[in-house]
Design a protein around this ligand. Structure first.
Ligand code: 5GP
Ligand code: ZN
Length: 144
């Protein structure tokens, strides 16, 4: 957990995942109450966050694509990375937390991938900024 602590992240126990239909989760401007990731970070769906601080939280992806697949999100609702041009500080916090989460899962030596998608062509399916932290096996090279 050294990496997570370095980024000021506290650890909370993981719990059973709440299932939702990700294909229905994308909307133009979801209200906080309708946004599944807002509901997770607010605790409305309890027990999801594995790391959190005052601005950022992380939880397990409900449909993991690798042995480690975390989602790191800002606590406040931001549609995607494209909306953070005016807030590089928060973007830095999200990325630093993603690195800390990867280190906390012992991925620093073996390697990992950080991915964030924006909009239709980027195949974003949940309209709350999230950085995927993927690792734990050799990932394939194709990105697009
Ligand atoms: P995107 O395609 O937007 O980059 O990634 C969205 C991710 O959110 C997907 O990997 C999907 O599995 C995950 N996801 C969708 N709904 C939920 C949910 O309710 N809980 C969790 N933990 N992950 C979710
Ligand atoms: Zn949200």
């Amino acid at each position: 957990m050294a990496g997570a602590r370095a980024a000021g992240l506290g650890q909370r126990p993981a719990a059973a995942q709440h299932r939702t239909n990700a294909s229905n989760a994308m909307s133009a401007q979801p209200s906080a109450s309708a946004c599944i990731f807002c509901r997770i970070v607010s605790g409305d769906i309890p027990g999801q966050c594995v790391y959190e601080d005052d601005q950022v939280a992380a939880f397990e992806d409900i449909a993991p694509q690798a042995p480690v697949h975390l989602l790191v999100v800002p606590r406040r609702h931001v549609d995607s990375v494209d909306a953070l041009a005016d807030d590089p500080g928060l973007l830095g916090r999200v990325m630093a937390a993603a690195v800390a989460a990867a280190r906390a899962r012992n991925l620093a030596e073996s390697g990992y991938r950080l991915v964030t998608n924006h909009g239709r062509d980027g195949a974003q399916s949940v309209a709350h900024l999230h950085v995927h932290v993927l690792g734990g096996r050799q990932l394939r090279g194709q990105l697009g």
